[in-house]
Design a protein around this ligand. Structure first.
Ligand SMILES: Cc1cc2nc3c(=O)[nH]c(=O)nc-3n(C[C@H](O)[C@H](O)[C@H](O)COP(=O)(O)O)c2cc1C
Length: 329
């Protein structure tokens, strides 16, 4: 990593980061549900290359696919998104074409994407999660799976896996038994003490944690006196949730030692720096890509400039938060 020579330019500072076996060219990762299966962003960045130097999907160290389930899912009734102050409320409902289509059509193209691919898995039962992980491990060579245990939109008997310690443990340990791929458990923010859930996930076999999914929220249409989305509640994302999720990342960092992938409202260099400083090894960008699709280029440039200015490596920056700061002269 860079940082030793005073004459070193910002370009000399490496943004490479390792998540287990995954070596990423940047700590930025496209978040699940916000980059589909990568194709549109790959083309967008290619088409923007003339206008913006360095424009490439590889500005994202990896993408996480939209959730893949065993059977195709149609998703929730529209409207599926509504704006909130500094954020977005969504109830997409995990719409996806299902595993067979994923294997036949999407997986071959994803292998050519030009950046690393993490496959996001979702199921209604622990058995479904395990089946998905087992088939994907046999038929593809994607290096990592992210388990969406926390989506607030789809209920199975009112249960969200990530909000119950026994269910969380059951899914992760069942999946762990059938795959040796790098396993990332995506936690829910709406729990009493996320530290307990982080510990349970790691004990059950998770290699890393995504902290966290969207926060449960509601927006009311006062003229119709109904919800402004097709379901009563949805998930809030975007800058509105960033300080809330920041505190969760800090808590999880204290509770476990595995790598953390932060997810919540990152759009600017400052946001990513904050997450890295409190202990995330990588930062997912979701709603931020919809606000500014080019933000990864700007953030990567900003990260290098910060590292050059502080003469430190990315490894030194990660987790460098000082809990007790003397503010006196
Ligand atoms: C429209 C939309 C669809 C999403 N779909 C998924 C999904 O399929 N699986 C999942 O784990 N998270 C999903 N998420 C959550 C995001 O991956 C991310 O964790 C969350 O939006 C917080 O990050 P952000 O503020 O950067 O968007 C979705 C979010 C949005 C806005």
């Amino acid at each position: 990593m860079g940082g030793s020579s005073a004459a070193q330019t910002a370009e000399g500072f490496s943004l490479e980061v390792s998540l287990g076996p995954l070596r990423l060219s940047s700590p930025l990762i496209g978040a699940s549900g916000c980059v589909a299966f990568g194709e549109e962003y790959r083309r967008l960045y290619e088409n923007s290359r003339q206008a913006m130097e360095g424009s490439s999907i590889a500005q994202l160290g990896a993408i996480v696919t939209k959730a893949v389930s065993l059977k195709p899912r149609g998703g929730n009734p529209p409207p599926r998104v509504a704006e909130t102050p500094a954020g977005l409320l969504n109830s997409i409902g995990l719409q996806n074409p299902g595993l067979d289509h994923f294997l036949a059509e999407l997986a071959p193209r994803l292998s050519q994407l030009g950046t690393k691919v993490i496959v996001n898995l979702v199921g209604d039962t622990a058995q479904e999660f395990a089946e998905l992980a087992s088939i994907l491990s046999q038929k593809t060579d994607f290096p990592a799976f992210e388990l969406d245990l926390s989506c607030p939109n789809v209920e199975e008997g009112g249960r969200s896996f990530a909000m119950s310690l026994p269910s969380l443990r059951e899914v992760i340990s069942r999946v762990r038994q059938v795959t040796d791929r790098f396993l990332i458990a995506k936690l829910a923010p709406n729990v009493c003490d996320i530290g307990e859930f982080a510990q349970a996930a790691v004990e059950a076999g998770a290699d890393a944690l995504t902290v966290a999914n969207t926060w449960i929220g509601m927006v009311v249409d006062v003229e119709r006196r109904t919800s402004r989305i097709g379901r009563t509640t949805g998930g809030v994302s975007g800058p509105a949730i960033r300080p809330l999720t920041m505190a969760l990342v800090h808590r999880v960092r204290q509770a476990v030692r595995v790598p953390i992938l932060a997810s919540g409202g990152a759009v600017r260099t400052q946001d990513v720096l904050e997450y890295l400083i409190v202990g995330a090894s990588a930062v997912q960008i979701g709603t931020g890509l919809w606000i500014d699709p080019m933000c990864p280029l700007k953030i990567n440039r900003g990260l290098r400039e910060y590292l050059a200015r502080h003469r430190m490596s990315l490894g030194e920056l990660i987790g460098s938060f000082q809990a007790e700061v003397s503010r006196g002269g």
